[in-house]
Design a protein around this ligand. Structure first.
Ligand SMILES: CC(=O)SCCNC(=O)CCNC(=O)[C@H](O)C(C)(C)COP(=O)(O)OP(=O)(O)OC[C@H]1O[C@@H](n2cnc3c(N)ncnc32)[C@H](O)[C@@H]1OP(=O)(O)O
Ligand SMILES: O=C([O-])CC(=O)C(=O)O
Length: 370
């Protein structure tokens, strides 16, 4: 008997992140502690090395990320040629694949070289997202500022302006919260790809493709589309009632693993409350809370990481279709950690199918086919 969607199947051992009794940890540290205290760079180090960095290790990682953040001119030139109107996740998938063409060590598998590649990839993925976002608006990409940390540099490259502390803190926390999540669909995809001993760029490219879908990372964009379609908090009840009556899925709710709620959602809810007050548009938070109460009350479904992150990113002035690419910028750290773990103890991932099709069929020559 197969398990539909591999529900409940334990596919491998991992020591990177855990979800036990509804508690999420990275390397055994509770996500609540990390969300309240850690920088994204500390989390990257933790995920890749299995321990929190010392001050000098952190300084070195920050320096490495900042100095590797520029992307090859060829990749920028290619981005300029992408068709107008494409989704930024499609652009990111294509540009990360292209990035691999310009990494002379892409196919070298030695552990130390893989760590260097990990830094290059993590450093450049935010630059790709921001370069695409600006080029499609007819603006020039902004080169990374080597003096800035990861979150600040991302906001700087996106806007071209010196980022506010509020924006940097919010981005940092969002990056920490999205960094890793056990064997979610995109991470598992990355592991399947590199378990053939394919390269890291192939692993990340396939993971981006998996994250793009609305049942996974793509849900955050769909949440904002729903909020904007509803428009006013007073209209939420009728909208949600109709959707549930029509058996539609409400984006940002439900989870394959968490049945009592996603521990990341409360942090994003708080951020949404605060940021929507700051922008003077509390309605997006109020509408989200209204929807939350309705969906939980009627279906018992709780919000996942994608629900309140929508109003958070919106309040930070991010275009709706960049929400999922920002998720990818963060999750790249987790994908890379899993790719390194897969390489370190590799075996091809190749499950079986429960064949339910016809058997003992004859080959019928084409002229005799009905
Ligand atoms: C970062 C992330 O990837 S978090 C997840 C992001 N995705 C979303 O927010 C999309 C909306 N949510 C969903 O589609 C689902 O809850 C998933 C895909 C996240 C997990 O789903 P699964 O474990 O496969 O549950 P499944 O889709 O089988 O749903 C089980 C039941 O709950 C219902 N259900 C699950 N989620 C929702 C939802 N968001 N809205 C309404 N009903 C839902 C299903 O319709 C189904 O009902 P049924 O048994 O009457 O047919
Ligand atoms: O774990 C999952 O299935 C989806 C999820 O919440 C994530 O990837 O962060």
């Amino acid at each position: 008997m197969s398990s539909r969607g591999l529900e409940g199947v334990v596919a491998a051992e991992s020591s990177i992140s855990s979800i036990i009794d509804g508690v999420l940890t990275y390397r055994g540290i509770d996500i609540d502690d990390l969300a309240d205290n850690a920088s994204f760079e500390e989390v990257i180090y933790l995920l890749w090395h299995g321990k929190l960095p010392t001050q000098s290790e952190l300084d070195q990682l920050k320096k490495d990320l900042a100095t590797n953040a520029s992307i090859p001119q060829e990749v920028i030139d290619q981005i300029r040629l992408y068709p107008k109107g494409i989704h930024p996740m499609a652009a990111l998938r294509t540009a990360v694949s292209a990035l691999g063409l310009y990494d002379q060590e892409a196919d070298i598998m030695a552990e130390d070289i893989n760590f260097q590649k990990a830094i290059r990839l993590q450093a450049k993925i935010g630059t790709i997202v921001t370069a695409f976002a600006r080029i499609r608006e007819g603006k020039e990409p902004v080169s990374p500022n080597t003096e800035l940390g990861f979150a600040a540099n991302f906001v700087y490259m996106l806007t071209g302006e010196s980022p506010s502390d509020i924006a940097v803190d919010a981005f940092n926390k969002a990056l920490v919260l999205h960094a890793d999540h056990e064997f979610n669909a995109s991470t598992f995809t990355a592991r399947v790809t590199v378990a053939t001993l394919s390269d890291m760029y192939s692993g990340i490219t396939s993971a981006i493709g998996a994250l793009k879908g609305p049942l996974h990372g793509g849900a955050n964009e769909q949440v904002m589309a729903m909020l904007e379609e509803i428009g006013e908090t007073e209209k939420a009840e009728e909208y949600i009632q109709n959707a549930l009556n029509n058996k539609e899925k409400i984006m940002g709710f439900g989870h394959r693993v968490y049945k009592d709620g996603d521990p990341r959602a409360k942090h994003l809810r708080e951020m949404s409350k605060r940021l929507t007050q700051i922008t003077g548009e509390p309605k997006w938070y109020e509408m989200s809370v209204k929807i939350h109460d309705l969906v939980e009350g009627q279906k018992g479904l709780k919000p996942n990481v994608d629900f309140y992150s929508a109003s958070v990113y919106y309040s930070l002035g991010v275009a709706r279709d960049l929400f999922t690419p920002i998720f990818a910028v963060s999750r790249a750290s987790g994908w890379i950690a899993h790719i390194l773990e897969q390489y370190a103890n590799n075996r091809l991932i190749r499950p079986r199918a429960d064949y339910v099709g016809p058997q003992k069929q004859e080959y019928v020559p084409i002229e005799k086919r009905a």
